[in-house]
Every structure is written in C-alpha cells, then in structure tokens.
Design a protein around this ligand. Structure first.
Ligand code: FRU
Length: 466
C-alpha cells in the first residue's frame, strides 16, 4: 500500500468507529480527542496561517496503542477544533512501522516541516529496532505532507559518537539568539543539541550534549526571560527552569519540580508539546492517559494551558482564557461554614462542569468536596485537604506552608471521566481519569473533626466542543 492508500484506510477506520465512540457516556465532551480509537502525545503544535495546528499520535484502527500515525486538527481559538485528514502514515515498504512523536516548524524558506521519529519495530518483541529522525514537507495549508526522499535526516550511523540508544526519539526544535537548534529524547547519554546550518532545515550539525536527562518528549523554550525544559520520564511530567548558554550549548537548571501530579499506575498527564501563541503566550498541550481499551476511543488531551513563570521562579499553568467560552449556566451558592457536617449543594451539575472555590480550615481536620456523589455516604470522587496535603481520590498533592496559606484556591474541570485540577492559580496541577466515574450528579461539601469555610463558590455548566 502506498502512503496515500494508507492515509485513506486510516480515515475510513476512523469514520467506521465514530458512531460507537460518540455514544459512550464516559467520553469527554470538551477535551480534544480523535473521532475514534487511540490518541497519545500531542505533536507538532504550531500557530500558522492564522490558526493553531495540532498533530497527535493516533492509532486509527484500535482503542489501544499500535501503529502510530499523525492525526491532525486545527482551531482558531484553542477551544473548537476541526478534524483534518490524517497527516502521516507509516511507510512500511521503507521499514517504517510507526510515525512517532516530533514537532512542526516553518523553515527559513517558508515551508512547513514536520520532524518526527521513524520507528521500525521489525518483530513482535520490539527487538532489532533502530530509530531515526525523519522529516516531511507540507503544502501551504499543511494538509498534504511528503516525506523527504533523502530520509533519514539523522540516523544513529550518521551521528557517530557518543553512541546513542537506538530508541532515541521525539525531536524538538527551538530558536535561541537567531539560531535554530534541535534536541532529542531517550538518547541514553543525555540530551543532544544539533544546529541547523541551512535555511531548509535539512543540514543539522551535532554540537554536544545540552543537558544530562534522557526523557521522552523533551520540550525546551524561552519564557519570561528564562528557559524551561519539560520532560516526560515515564512518570509525572517534570519542569526545569534556568538559563541557556547558546555559545556553549548548555542548559543550566535552577528550579525543578513536578509539572502535573498524576499516578503512572493509574492515570497521568504526559508527553507535553509547547507552542507560542501569536501574542507570545506559551501554550502547553498534553495527553491524559489512563483508560482501558474497550470503549471505541481511548485518551484525550488536557485543556491547552497557558504557562508563565511566577515571581518566585516556579511555573503557573491555567487553561487558556479562551476556555471560558465554553461556560454555560452559572450558579453561585452562598458561602458556607460547615462544622463536622456535610451539605449537598441544591442543584445538579451533571458530568460537565467547571468549579471554583476558596477553602479555609478553621478547626477541621479533613474538609473538601465529594463530586458526582449520590445518596451513598461513600459515593463519588473525593477532593479534600487534610494534614498530609490535598487529595484527589487516591492522589496526594503535598502542600507546603505557603501553599496552605488561606484561603486555598481550587479550580477544576470535570468532563465525564476526566478531571483537571488547578490549585492556587495553577501552582499545583493534577489530572485524573475516573473510568468508572460514579453516576451521581451531586456536589457535596463536608468538614470533619471541626469547622471549615467554603467561599466564593462558582459553578458553570460546560458546553461540548463538537
Ligand atoms: C511518549 C511516546 C514517545 C513516542 C510516542 C510513540 O508517550 O512513547 O516517546 O515517540 O509515545 O507513540
């Protein structure tokens, strides 16, 4: 099959799966996901020609990971997305079994380009593989992509020393001081830095190692006068903020931490992709994983987040302001003081809503909310504070004294089987999948072992994006 035929077959598989996927009550309604089947990493996010383009790891054939394609969508506002034809399919006849993660850039000749990892997995045990970095060139609308005849762009053999792991992958391109660089993940010896020495971005020279990590999906970008590295090390995404010395090709981190609290054994925000908005904002896309196969769809992306660096040098992330467009009916329950009691808010917000509130402990030992609860005292999803920190179901977000300075501000988004939580204006973030999210529709507030106050409560129904 030619690449064109494979792209058509992928489209047909998505169309065939669409109706089943759409009717699943657990399928998120305002988070991005493909028409059917499997999604993982966001790839090649870029603002181009007045629109945001989002590519993503797609298995069009199954609701599980498999032969990776690049799905494609575009949006004017980061909220409503239009699905576009699948952009890339693996070229089996060239030994390519998966089109893995990467980035999109416009070269200095004005051509749209995709840089990705061509994965060859010749046998079932995934042995004998030897990945390389390929590129494809797009038309002006980014709808049709042609893989370069001269691929691979970078191979283990052409690289030389130090010897990289054969699983190296996920090229990411960044600009510094008018120069264009690329780093790559999973090399085994640290993160390499290459520099493009031509306008077509086809000639890359190895300049050394810029950092000692070996993560998947490194993203490296300038923000608020600093440099930020986001990494996906098989567990929670981490950030490192510091300085980049383009003369010596070195990144020196100063502050590091967890970017999004998740649990690799349950559900996780993972494999970020960064792009700049035309107004200079740093937008971060990420994959939320944690559903089991069997629903006709699997995985979604987090709401696109605006990242900034706060005065204390640590990152703050919140959904982009455009997400407010999705707000529908709003309810503002009165402030409440609960003393060793529970209270059901007297309306039902179902399974698609955004909620904001402020919490003060007073004397309570444990206090918070029960979401999507029904009459049962143990029903629903727990979101509460106690001496250990903030709990979202079984996930614990440790809080220090500054984080606990009152009131603690919570903002969260429930979208059927997924929750994204932003604490204290996005200082701490957690994402969680609730595959068997309770059917209940209530929001209950509670305080145990003393009193707690719930203030400035606002709840919005959220509209679907499709
Ligand atoms: C991260 C990742 C990447 C790889 C892609 C394959 O989730 O493992 O390292 O390129 O997914 O789908």
């Amino acid at each position: 099959m030619s690449d064109r035929e494979k792209l058509r077959a992928a489209e047909a598989a998505l169309r065939a799966g669409e109706a089943r996927a759409a009717q699943d009550p657990q399928r998120p309604a305002y988070h991005f996901l493909p028409p059917a089947n499997w999604i993982n990493d966001p790839n090649g996010t870029i603002h181009y020609g007045g629109e945001y383009h989002l590519f993503y790891q797609l298995n069009p054939y199954k609701d599980d990971w498999g032969p990776m394609h690049w799905g494609h969508a575009r949006s004017k506002d980061l909220v409503y997305w239009e699905h576009l034809p699948v952009a890339l399919a693996p070229s089996h006849e060239k030994g390519e079994h998966g089109v893995w993660s990467g980035c999109a850039r416009i070269n200095r000749l004005g051509q749209p380009m995709i840089f990705y990892t061509s994965a060859n997995l010749p046998n079932e045990e995934d042995k004998g593989h030897n990945f390389s970095q390929w590129c494809a060139i797009g038309d002006d609308e980014m709808l049709n992509w042609n893989k370069l005849e001269g691929n691979p762009l970078l191979s283990i053999e052409s690289h030389g020393t130090p010897e990289f792991s054969k699983e190296w992958r996920d090229p990411f391109i960044f600009e510094a001081e008018g120069r264009t660089f690329m780093t790559i993940g999973m090399c085994g010896v640290g993160m390499p830095i290459y520099e493009a020495v031509d306008d077509a971005f086809l000639d890359w020279r190895y300049r050394g190692l810029m950092h000692d990590g070996n993560p998947e999906c490194p993203n490296f970008f300038e923000i608020d006068g600093k440099w930020c590295l986001l990494t996906s090390p098989y567990e929670q995404v981490r950030y490192a903020i510091g300085d980049f010395d383009a003369e010596n090709y070195r990144f020196t981190p100063e502050i590091e931490g967890v970017f999004d609290h998740g649990d690799p054994n349950h559900s996780l925000y993972y494999a970020t992709n960064h792009c700049y908005a035309p107004d200079g904002r740093s937008i971060i896309f990420g994959w939320i994983r944690g559903w089991k196969p069997g629903r006709g769809w699997n995985g979604c992306h987090a709401l696109p987040r605006k990242l900034r660096i706060a005065a204390d040098g640590t990152p703050r992330q919140l959904p982009v302001k455009e997400v407010k467009k999705l707000r529908g009916d709003k309810t503002r329950p009165a402030d409440l003081r609960l003393d060793d009691e529970r209270r059901v808010l007297d309306f039902e917000y179902g399974d698609q809503f955004e909620m904001k509130l402020r919490l003060r402990a007073n004397s309570a030992a444990k206090f918070g909310l029960r979401l999507r609860a029904d009459e049962g005292p143990e029903s629903g999803v727990m979101l509460y504070l106690d001496a250990d920190g903030l709990h979202l179901d079984q996930l614990l977000i440790p809080l220090d004294d500054r984080d606990r300075a009152e009131p603690v501000r919570l903002r969260f988004f429930v979208d059927r089987s997924v929750i994204e939580l932003f604490v204290n204006d996005g200082k701490h973030v957690a994402s969680r999948v609730f595959e068997r999210l309770p059917e209940g529709k209530r929001i209950e507030l509670f305080a145990e072992g003393g009193a707690a106050c719930f203030e400035k409560i606002k709840i919005w129904h959220m509209r679907p994006i499709w």
